[in-house]
Design a protein around this ligand. Structure first.
Ligand code: ZN
Ligand code: ZN
Length: 147
């Protein structure tokens, strides 16, 4: 599995797929790497990117995020009912997408790296002859500060 925790790894992945890491794309990737723990919307990424490169447009940010999503460098997630897409970096060497704990009170999002669903995947593959490639798991509730 590719490690996407560095700019170089992401650059290689882009090159493999025939994309260049232009200065503008690099600005977007840098923001995602710097804010790895956050889950940012395209607009929020745009605001950070503007601080690095004031000439960059929102359309370029969207296009870059599209490419990064297609290449599975980032994933789109959504934790709210309005369905605003947030962008989340795939973790180094992660075979599955990490799980999320979303607090309904303060809105904090915590990540769980270990895969809690290995047994469930085996069961699904056996019972439904469904080849599982990935899964999403989000727990809604109250974080330790809120309950
Ligand atoms: Zn996450
Ligand atoms: Zn909370």
């Amino acid at each position: 599995m590719v490690d996407f925790s560095t700019l170089k790894a992401i650059q290689e992945k882009l090159h493999e797929a025939g994309f260049k890491l232009t200065t503008q794309r690099q600005a977007v990737v840098s923001v995602i790497l710097e804010k790895e723990k956050d889950h940012l919307s395209a607009e929020e990424i745009f605001l950070y990117v503007r601080k690095k490169d004031s000439g960059i447009g929102l359309a370029t940010v969207y296009r870059t995020l599209e490419i990064l999503t297609d290449l599975h460098i980032v994933d789109r997630v959504s934790f709210t009912d309005d369905g605003v897409a947030l962008y989340d970096l795939r973790k180094a060497g992660a075979k599955h997408f990490h799980h999320h704990l979303v607090c309904e009170n303060c809105g904090s999002v915590e990540e769980i790296e270990e895969d809690l669903l290995l047994d469930v995947e085996k069961l699904v593959e056996k019972e439904f002859q469904f080849l599982v490639r990935d899964h999403r798991l989000t727990f809604q509730g109250l974080c330790k500060n809120c309950h």
